[in-house]
Structure formats: structure tokens, C-alpha cells
Design a protein around this ligand. Structure first.
Ligand code: HEM
Length: 211
């Protein structure tokens, strides 16, 4: 994983034919230069698909956590309009999870349904990731106001699945790591704090009844 010396790199770049022209007889294409750069970056361990998969996965979890902090934040601040943005933030989490899944489906599995099905069935950490995706999909589909009205009390019960999704997402994150699980453990600790604060700030029915 070491690059050639800087002088050699310049020499190789200058030597690579790189004239792009709309006139076919002048055009040499930039392909050799691109291949040279891609080879060096690849040798350094740069893998764009993996980088984007990681970015979208982590962003989905972080936004999921932000969704879960809306209720405790509302209870602490007493600022009720916060609740209006909760559903929108949840949809953002779903958006990132979808991109994360699509990158995997398109680039890793080349849209092969058989390949995807096999992974979901045989690789438990992918099964967990897919379960989270299905939960987020269900919550996104049932998020419009018309669905809230239609499902009545069942809506709230269904949307409690967001806690299951957050827990399973952290499990998927931990399982996806080959060696170092320090970062997923930090995420797990953050989730524990969020859940504890939700429990601590839960409205007490008994207190409400007295009032
Ligand atoms: C739809 C099913 C899913 C599939 C097939 C899937 C697949 C993957 C793959 C291939 C990786 C990369 C593992 C590696 O480093 O080699 C990964 C990592 C990850 N996924 Fe998923 N995933 C899914 C759902 C989700 C969901 C719904 C979330 C979050 C809500 C999520 C969050 C993450 C995170 C945080 C990582 C680790 C990123 C890192 O190491 O920085 N995944 N997933």
C-alpha cells in the first residue's frame, strides 16, 4: 500500500496520453490517466462504494437517533412545535437507509434478486439490516396524516417499532465490523442514554389523573 515517489508519479502522469478532443483523430482519451490515479487510490485502500455504504449507513442511524430525541427534547423544553418535525426527520432516516440498501443491491449484488435473497437468508447481519429497512419502510408508508387517522390507536403501537429499528441498526453496525467495534459501542451507549431519557421523562398517568 505504498505509492511510488512523487517524482515518479509526476513522470508517469505526464507520460500517460491524455488528450481529449471531439475530433476523433486528435482524441487519445483520458483513460490511461484515470486508470493510473484509480490504481494508486485503490492501492491506498480507497474504495468509493464502501465509503458511500458506510456514510449512508451511519447517517441513517444518526438521523434515527435524532428522531428519538425529539420527544425528550419536547418534554424538557415544553416546545410543542418540535413534534411536527419528528415525522420529517424519520423520513430522512428512511431515505438514507434506502440509498444504503440500493448501493448494496446495485453495486455489490448487481441487482440479482437471487443473490440478495441468498444474502438475506444466509448472512445474519444482512438479515438484521434488512429487517431494519422493512421496519423503516412500514413506518414511512404509514406516516401520512391519513394513515394516522385510519389506524387510530394502532398507529402509536406500530410506530413504537422505531425503538426496535434503532436497536437492530446498532446490532447490524456492530456485526458489520470485522475487528474494531469501538464505534458501534459508542452508538449503543448513545442509544441507551436516549432510551433512558425517554423513560425518565415519560408522562406519569397517576400524576395526570390527580391533576
Ligand atoms: C437493507 C438491508 C441492508 C443491507 C443489505 C446492508 C448492507 C450493508 C453492508 C454491505 C455494509 C458494509 C459492511 C462492510 O464494511 O463491509 C453495511 C454497513 C452498515 N450498515 Fe447496512 N445494510 C442494510 C440496512 C441498513 C440499515 C437500515 C441501516 C441503518 C438504519 C444500516 C446501517 C449500517 C451501518 C451503520 C454500517 C456500518 C458502517 C461503517 O462501518 O462505517 N444498514 N450494511
Amino acid at each position: 500500500m505504498t505509492l511510488p515517489p512523487l517524482k515518479q508519479r509526476f513522470a508517469e502522469l505526464i507520460a500517460a496520453p491524455s488528450v481529449s478532443c471531439t475530433q476523433a483523430h486528435w482524441d487519445q482519451t483520458n483513460r490511461p490517466v484515470i486508470d493510473l490515479l484509480a490504481g494508486w487510490l485503490g492501492d491506498l485502500g480507497f474504495d468509493p462504494i464502501r465509503t458511500v455504504t458506510h456514510f449512508t449507513g451511519r447517517t441513517a442511524i444518526i438521523i434515527l437517533f435524532i428522531t428519538l430525541t425529539v420527544t425528550p427534547a419536547r418534554r424538557i423544553t415544553g416546545w410543542n412545535p418540535l413534534i411536527k418535525v419528528r415525522r420529517l426527520i424519520g423520513l430522512f432516516a428512511f431515505f438514507y437507509a434506502t440509498i444504503h440498501f440500493l448501493i448494496y443491491a446495485v453495486f455489490d449484488r448487481e441487482l440479482s434478486l437471487a443473490g440478495l435473497g441468498e444474502d438475506i437468508a444466509k448472512r445474519p447481519w444482512i438479515t438484521v439490516g434488512f429487517t431494519v429497512f422493512l421496519i423503516l419502510l412500514t413506518l414511512a408508508i404509514t406516516s401520512p396524516q391519513a394513515m394516522v387517522r385510519r389506524l387510530g390507536k394502532r398507529w402509536q403501537t406500530l410506530h413504537r417499532l422505531i425503538y426496535v429499528a434503532a436497536g437492530l441498526a446498532v446490532l447490524h453496525f456492530t456485526w458489520a465490523q470485522k475487528k474494531d467495534i469501538r464505534l458501534p459501542l459508542i452508538y449503543a451507549a448513545v442509544l441507551a442514554v436516549i432510551l433512558a431519557s425517554r423513560l425518565a421523562l415519560r408522562p406519569r398517568k397517576a400524576v395526570r389523573r390527580e391533576m
